[in-house]
Design a protein around this ligand. Structure first.
Ligand code: NAG
Ligand code: NAG
Ligand code: NAG
Ligand code: NAG
Ligand code: NAG
Ligand code: NAG
Length: 520
């Protein structure tokens, strides 16, 4: 919307809550008293930095978000020939090459779809653009639950007819046909490249399970190679075929959400238990051969889809087996309990044992712990937690990071077991607005800049520092460095890229900074 600047200025003076800017693309900040602000968007306005083009060689771009209220605030400066002699120097080490990035994204749960569709058509479009368009934050990964999970309003699978071993009655749900699929198609249309869709199932139909229920502790009946295990593999194939009818092709599937939950604990919501041994044999005897023989043989298979504390054990049991290993491409991790397990002991060790299998983050959210539950509008702590975990994961070989629900309501739902959590986008349907949380911008600092095919490179610090950072070289040769400051130590820093020179910078208190520059 292009308004003359004089008109805008008047509007700004009239509207007290506009504190951050005068431009039409700026954040309409609202403070709910949780440390920082959210940016409010409606059907006609949403803040955006637009598509990003880097300045020519000799200059750098910077994007800053901070507790103080900056949101992807753009800046520019010169790349210098000489050192600025700041105390701390972060040096890019281009010849230390690590993993290549696949992408970043979130999950199209039933709850996310319900919330997005509760907005007016114009606001829905704004929300989808924020995530998937080039002017938005460039999400390229979408995790799609296969049938219901806790973020549904009812319990269902696609094959609830008892004894239906041929899946004659397999049918997608209303939630797929009328909500998730249309939204995924709209997201795909906004995205400049093909979305990497990722499917995860929470539970098999109750009649296939030892406990006869979708929830709680229960596994598939019988043994791998048996008829329940074969039918459960065919269920995945049918899912891929049914979605393909809507032109939605999956990049990958996981062997099932949080298999440890249904095996070792009594979850109050949908779960399907596997031990690593059972998962290994199911992949080797059933899922792998079924997928190989299907019309979707190139679909990647990711094991685990559970917390990293199960590594490296889970990976060892499965990937040491050649029969299972031949069908597998990667290892999917969730972020819950990350603070209990050092990244090096779980992700690092697993990568070094099995470098040919990639690590991929498939679920994370804020507000899941009993002491810090649900939505907290404007929480900066949660933005820092996201950025900290993403940087730590990237620095330990993870190739992508997927957030949980793309959008939730103000109570953190709907969720049929009231397992309410937070989301980067919180919808207020009554006012026809949505709030972009600080951790929306945490995702943006990575997803908007680290394109698919970007390769992580080394960064060395000239002295001990509390700053956290990770750098990648993108396919076009440009460099992206992301720096998180959670600390209170006072230091300036400079960046040295031997290909171009020195950049003088500061990471303000409680801030996240993306620096990017061309090298040719
Ligand atoms: C959307 O928000 C902008 C900025 O606050 C405001 O000027 C505009 O009137 C709002 N539009 C609607 C439809 O409420
Ligand atoms: C860089 O430093 C050298 C000597 O240390 C000096 O001669 C030169 O003028 C400096 N260049 C710039 C652009 O400051
Ligand atoms: C299952 O499908 C068969 C044939 O396709 C149909 O006759 C039957 O009514 C269906 N059963 C249920 C419970 O939907
Ligand atoms: C399916 O997707 C492809 C690639 O995105 C596109 O070219 C084609 O038009 C789509 N077909 C339908 C029926 O939507
Ligand atoms: C699991 O928890 C439910 C209540 O949520 C309880 O009724 C059931 O007996 C429990 N099952 C086991 C095996 O502990
Ligand atoms: C990080 O933030 C602190 C305040 O918390 C600030 O004093 C310091 O200068 C920042 N660090 C850098 C490297 O800019």
């Amino acid at each position: 919307m292009a308004l003359p600047s004089s008109v805008l200025l008047v509007l700004v003076f009239l509207k007290a809550e506009v504190t951050l800017s005068t431009g039409s693309n700026e954040c309409v900040a609202r403070n709910f008293g949780h440390g920082s602000v959210v940016c409010e968007c409606n059907s006609t306005h949403c803040d955006s930095v637009g598509s990003v083009a880097l300045p020519p060689l000799g200059q750098y771009s910077s994007y800053l978000s901070s507790m103080a209220g900056s949101r992807l605030e753009a800046g520019r400066g010169p790349v210098q020939v000489n050192s600025t002699r700041a105390g701390l120097r972060l040096s890019i080490v281009p010849y230390q090459k690590y993993q290549k990035i696949r992408g970043f994204g979130g999950a199209m749960t039933d709850a996310a779809a319900i919330n997005i569709l509760s907005l007016s058509a114009g606001a829905q479009d704004q929300l989808l653009r924020q995530y998937f368009s080039p002017e938005g934050i460039g999400y390229s990964v979408v995790r799609v639950p296969m049938a219901s999970c806790d973020f549904s309003t009812r319990l269902y699978t696609y094959a609830d007819t008892p004894g239906d071993y041929n899946l004659d009655n397999f049918t997608l749900a209303n939630e797929d046909i009328n909500m998730k699929i249309p939204l995924l198609r709209r997201a795909q249309a906004l995205s400049p490249g093909p979305l990497s869709l990722l499917a995860s199932a929470w539970s098999a139909p109750a009649w296939m399970k030892t406990n006869g229920a979708l929830i709680g502790k229960g596994s598939l009946k019988g043994q791998p190679g048996g008829k329940e295990h074969k039918t459960w593999a065919q269920y995945y194939i049918r899912f891929l075929e049914e979605y393909a009818k809507y032109n939605l092709t999956f990049w990958a599937l996981t062997t099932g959400n949080e298999p440890s939950a249904g095996r070792f604990t009594n979850y109050s919501f949908q779960a399907l238990g596997f031990t690593p041994e059972e998962q290994r044999d199911w992949v080797a005897l059933d899922l792998g051969p079924a997928l190989h023989a299907s019309s979707h043989p190139l679909t990647h298979v990711l094991i685990l889809d559970d917390n990293r504390l199960l590594l490296p054990h889970w990976a060892k049991v499965i990937l040491n087996d050649i029969h299972a290993g031949q069908y597998i491409h990667g290892i999917a991790v969730h972020w819950y309990l990350d603070s209990l397990v050092p990244a090096e002991m779980s992700l690092g060790v697993t990568h070094h044992l099995y470098p040919e299998y990639y690590l991929f983050g498939t679920e994370a959210c804020s507000g899941f712990s009993t002491l810090n539950r649900g939505v907290k509008l404007g929480s900066w702590d949660r933005a820092e937690n996201y950025a900290h975990d993403i940087i730590e994961d990237l620095n330990h070989y993870v190739v992508g990071w997927t957030d949980w629900n793309l959008a939730l309501d103000q109570t953190g739902g709907p969720n049929w077991v009231k397992n309410f959590v937070d989301s980067p986008v919180i919808v207020d349907a009554l006012r026809d607005v949505f709030y972009k949380q600080p951790h929306f911008y945490s995702m943006a600092h990575f997803s908007k800049f680290l394109w698919e095919g970007s390769q992580r490179v080394g960064v060395s610090a000239s002295q001990k520092t509390h700053l956290e950072y990770s750098a990648c070289i993108r396919p076009d040769g440009s460099v992206v460095l992301i720096v998180l400051n959670r600390s209170s130590s006072v230091i300036q820093f400079e960046v040295w890229d031997p290909a171009v020179g020195y950049i003088s910078s500061t990471a303000p208190a409680h801030s996240l900074l993306t620096l990017a520059w061309n090298t040719q």
